[in-house]
Every structure is written in structure tokens, then in C-alpha cells.
Design a protein around this ligand. Structure first.
Ligand SMILES: [Zn+2]
Length: 167
């Protein structure tokens, strides 16, 4: 029998269930309250992204840290038994995520991954504000004629004043 802690098991199960998990709801509610409109789990796109913002040409994945193997994250801890099984499984998930994002990029979509740990109460607000900032930035950059300036997408940056201009 596997020695998953209750929390790990819960995380696994909600990842398997996959839909309407709490972190995803947080992102949806926040974006909706800021006037963003989106489609959910678009099955025509690679990876069935959790949120699709067509106007922003952007998809958002809200990923569980365990299931998607969030590198360097304290919530990504392999169970003590069946280590190889879990390692392989999560490595496959990781490769699949990468491949799907590559496909999306080749179709002209921006991909943003929001990790579950970034939605913990302490940093939730910051993460969500940064997400809005990034979306606005993408929107503006996509519409700008840019002979040379490179696009900088930095999810860490927060600049609330800019969010007013791009709904
Ligand atoms: Zn994480």
C-alpha cells in the first residue's frame, strides 16, 4: 500500500478528477471579477487548457504542483514507496505539458501556467495581479507594431495602473 500522506492523496485525486478544482476556481473568479471573459477546457486545443482567453490569444493552465511536477517546489514530494512509478508518471506528465505548450505556441497561442502553490493565501493576490498584468501586456504587445523591441513577459511584475487600459 502506498504511503501517500492524506494531503498528497487529496492532491492526486483532485488532479485526476481534474475539473473545477479549487485553485482553478480561484483564477476563474478573479479574472471574471476583473472583466475577463474566457472559455473553459476547450477540447479543440492541445492540452485542453483550463481557461482560454481568445481575445488575448492566451491559454491558462492551473497546475497542481505534485501531478505536474513543479520543479523545485516544496509541494512536489514523491511518495516514499513506488518512487520509480511516481517519478516516471510525473516525468511523462511534464513532457506532455511541454509538448502541448509547444503545439499551442506554434498555433500562435501564449501559454501561462499558474501553479497551485502560487495560489496559497499569502501570495495569491500577488500571483493574480501579476497574471492580469501579464495578460494586459500580451494584449498590448500583440497589437503593437514592433520593429525591434523584444516582448518581455514577466509574471513577477505587478503594475496595477496598467490594468485599467486594456479590458
Ligand atoms: Zn509549486
Amino acid at each position: 500500500m502506498d504511503k501517500l500522506t492524506q494531503e498528497q492523496r487529496h492532491r492526486c485525486m483532485s488532479a485526476i478528477k481534474g475539473r473545477n478544482t479549487k485553485p482553478e476556481l480561484l483564477v476563474r473568479k478573479f479574472l471574471f471579477s476583473r472583466g475577463f471573459r474566457y472559455r473553459l477546457n476547450d477540447s479543440r486545443l492541445p492540452g485542453h487548457p483550463d481557461l482560454v482567453l481568445r481575445k488575448y490569444r492566451t491559454v491558462i493552465f492551473v497546475n497542481g504542483c505534485f501531478w505536474h511536477g513543479h520543479e523545485g517546489c516544496k509541494y512536489y514530494v514523491l511518495p516514499k514507496t513506488n518512487v520509480e512509478f511516481w517519478r516516471n508518471k510525473i516525468e511523462r506528465n511534464r513532457l506532455r505539458d511541454k509538448e502541448e505548450q509547444r503545439k499551442l505556441a506554434s498555433m500562435g497561442w501564449h501559454s501561462i501556467t499558474v501553479w497551485e502553490c502560487q495560489l496559497k493565501p499569502k501570495i495569491r493576490e500577488q500571483t493574480l495581479e501579476a497574471l492580469v498584468y501579464t495578460l494586459c501586456h500580451i494584449y498590448l504587445e500583440d497589437r503593437r507594431i514592433k520593429p525591434y523591441s523584444p516582448v518581455k513577459e514577466n509574471i513577477q511584475m505587478v503594475a496595477e495602473s496598467e490594468t485599467e487600459y486594456c479590458k
